[in-house]
Design a binder for this molecule. Structure first.
Ligand code: ZN
Length: 675
């Protein structure tokens, strides 16, 4: 029974093309038991019709007519629930398998990054446009830490394109108030830590919308002087000392004794939030991971999900140099006490009905929280602390959509309802019986695409994990002679350990149309970046490229997708200053150039200087619409000859670059005496 159900879903999903999602495509989910999350119920024998990324019809299977052209997923009684949202993540490119795939594979169909970067906005837009696979992305502004000289300027610079403002622990009371006034004026949602100088009372009175971690409340139980007016770097050491000194006597307490000691403070703190409309993101699994890392790092690494961790991270952990190993050094016993208090906070916040969203802080490679998989751990922890499965799932669906509504005014996911986003997980068993059933998926739908279980297995196949760490890239380049070239970069990670380039025995590049006729010998090796690169004539094909390297019995592979081919113009060097062959006599010369006009994508400029041996000695940029750059004193030596050029790219992040153009290199000479 079980295997036939899986088989049927697989067969039917093969009909659905994997490429771009189509906004007009209709998918029918037939014979499913609906877990609508509009109420605690299961509605059996339903058919759901989806057009593009939206639900447009829900009804009894024998009453809903499936359009002829629809792709059909026959659920055969399986459970269809809304996709999950991880509302506290950090997107980076440093994971051995693409982070977005790890989310999708785990049914995470919505993520919110709480320290945004421009490349995430590009990912977000590409996913929305069906050009890239991934969950729906929301992104807060790059963190306002509190070191910024002018926070007002930051907030206006950062609001463009981001869904909210992220505030950090080190903001002074003054700066915090300033940011909150501006955010309210500009109707920007605010989410963050509780700044040390401000405290929970200040956060409540200024009406910050959301607190980014439950663990933030712990500082409310520590005696310290909020008016210390410390520079950012000194806050943490100061507080670390305070928290250790004040809690040392309680490190050895049992759970009940901890409860007796803290319950009053915890409930008093939670009471402050009642009827305040401030939501809280959980991130409790982080506590569990910290304890594993401090006390049983080997066991932590042995769990299957740790196979997905970046190799550098594993190395750091084995060397005892991982972020939390360093942070808790000499005071490891604080971690279990902290977790016990955070769990009490979770329980009391839940009892008091404070809106909680589920977040795991997944993604930043420096903490060991594996994207996607972490959401199941977070759900489990909620259950262990008194949530019903329905309530835990609400935190990861309905509540997340409400937070997004507060951010951008649109409450359109988290339930299965007409007009909502068709983000689904198809499950063998009822998730309202046990949240662990969510791990047994038959498929996931996100941002208008359906991924059958077979496709998901291929996406996260542990066999894809490199035993040689590799990053691969394909990029379409328009050169100064106005020719198009496809460049492949294959970068070998530091932890490879072998001699480069000799110990790499073979390199294979497989493109959308099959294996390419290039061998290791054809590549040039750039030693300072551990980079094998090659340029071949013509633009790349749209699709996925896979790069495989071998060394003895070790193998590593990486993929990169060329999602769009853009003919980015080469700028006209007659607009460049200084012109070819000029001698410069300023210590701090300024270089400027005419920009290109291209409307299909944002354009980023990179400025590069090469010495007379051809080595790149300086680069600045990947800055949008940059038109000039002044080089600081001391970089360019008197009497030396150099060359410079401009690269133009459609991404501010090198991993995400799809297309670029570059000018020829213009030579210049520094005068013997500089002014
Ligand atoms: Zn975070």
């Amino acid at each position: 029974m079980k295997s036939s159900k899986i088989l049927r879903v697989v067969i039917l999903t093969i009909l659905i093309p994997m490429g771009c999602s189509n906004s007009e495509e209709i998918i029918a989910f037939k014979n499913v038991s609906l877990v609508p999350m509009t109420a605690e119920k299961i509605v059996p024998d339903q058919t759901i019709l989806v057009k593009g990324d939206r639900i447009y019809r829900i009804g009894k299977s024998d009453e809903v007519k499936i359009p002829d052209k629809a792709k059909v997923v026959d659920g055969d009684g399986a459970f269809l629930m809304p996709g999950l949202a991880d509302m506290h993540v950090h997107l980076t490119g440093e994971w051995p398998l693409p982070q977005l795939d790890l989310f999708l594979a785990n049914g995470v169909t919505t993520v919110r990054d709480l320290d945004g970067r421009d490349f995430m906005l590009q990912w977000r837009d590409a996913i929305k446009a069906g050009q890239r696979a991934g969950p729906t992305i929301y992104a807060a502004s790059p963190i306002i830490w509190g070191y910024e000289k002018n926070v007002a300027e930051h907030i206006s610079k950062r609001k463009s394109g981001y869904d909210s403002i992220k505030l950090y622990s080190y903001l002074s009371e003054n700066d915090f108030k300033k940011v909150m006034v501006l955010a309210k004026e500009q109707k920007l949602y605010t989410v963050g830590h509780i700044p040390f100088a401000v405290g929970l009372d200040g956060v409540i009175s200024e009406e910050m919308n959301e607190i980014a971690h439950i663990e933030e409340f712990i500082w409310e139980f520590i005696d310290f002087d909020r008016n210390e007016n410390l520079p950012p770097k000194e806050w943490f050491p100061y507080l670390k000392k305070a928290i250790y000194q004040q809690n040392k006597p309680f490190f050895d307490l049992g759970t009940n004794e901890i409860k007796n000691k803290y319950l009053q403070e915890v409930t008093a703190t939670v009471r402050k939030l009642e009827s305040k409309n401030i939501s809280v993101c959980t991130t409790l699994y982080l506590d569990e991971v910290i304890i594993q890392k401090l006390f049983e790092p080997q066991k932590f690494l042995e769990q299957p999900t740790s196979a997905y961790l970046p190799q550098q991270y594993i190395n750091a952990l084995l060397q005892g140099k991982e972020k939390h190993q360093l942070q808790f050094q000499g005071g490891e016993d604080l971690a279990p006490l902290k977790y016990a208090i955070d769990k009490m906070l979770l329980i009391e916040l839940h009892k008091a009905g404070i809106p909680l969203t589920l977040g795991t802080d997944a993604g930043t490679g420096a903490m060991g929280i594996v994207p996607g998989f972490s959401i199941h751990a977070e759900l489990r922890i909620l259950i262990e602390n008194g949530f019903s499965p329905y309530e835990a799932i609400q935190a990861a669906t309905v509540n997340a959509s409400r937070v997004v509504a507060a951010m951008i005014g649109k409450d359109d996911f988290g339930t299965i309802d007409i007009g909502k986003r068709a983000d689904f997980i198809l499950l063998e068993k009822n998730p309202l019986d046990d949240v662990a059933n969510i791990k047994n998926r038959l498929g996931v739908m996100a941002a208008g695409r359906w991924y059958g279980e077979k496709e998901i297995q291929t996406m996260i196949d542990p066999a894809l994990l490199p035993t040689i760490p590799v990053i691969g890239g394909v990029v379409n380049i328009r050169n100064p002679a106005d020719e198009f070239i496809t460049v492949f970069d294959i970068i070998i990670g530091q932890s490879f350990g072998g001699r480069l380039p000799d110990d790499i025995e073979s390199i294979t590049v497989t493109g959308p149309e099959g294996v390419l006729a290039i061998r290791k010998e054809d590549f040039t090796f750039w030693s300072s970046a551990n980079d094998f690169y090659i340029g071949v004539p013509g633009s790349p094909k749209v699709g996925t490229y896979k790069f495989t390297v071998t060394s003895g019995n070790r193998q590593g592979s990486a993929i990169d997708t060329q999602s769009i081919v853009r003919p980015i113009p080469v700028p006209d060097i007659s607009t460049f200053s200084p012109p070819e062959g000029e001698t410069l006599d300023l210590k701090t010369p300024t270089f400027s150039w005419g920009t290109v006009t291209y409307f299909d994508a944002p354009i980023y400029y990179l400025f590069q200087i090469y010495d007379s041996t051809g080595e790149e000695i300086y680069r600045r940029g990947r800055i949008q619409n940059m038109t000039s750059h002044t080089v600081s004193a001391g970089i360019l030596k008197p009497g030396e000859k150099y060359r410079w050029r401009i690269r133009i790219s459609d991404s501010g992040h090198w991993m995400e670059e799809q297309n670029r153009s570059e000018t020829k290199k213009l030579s210049f000479k520094m005068a013997h005496a500089l002014k």
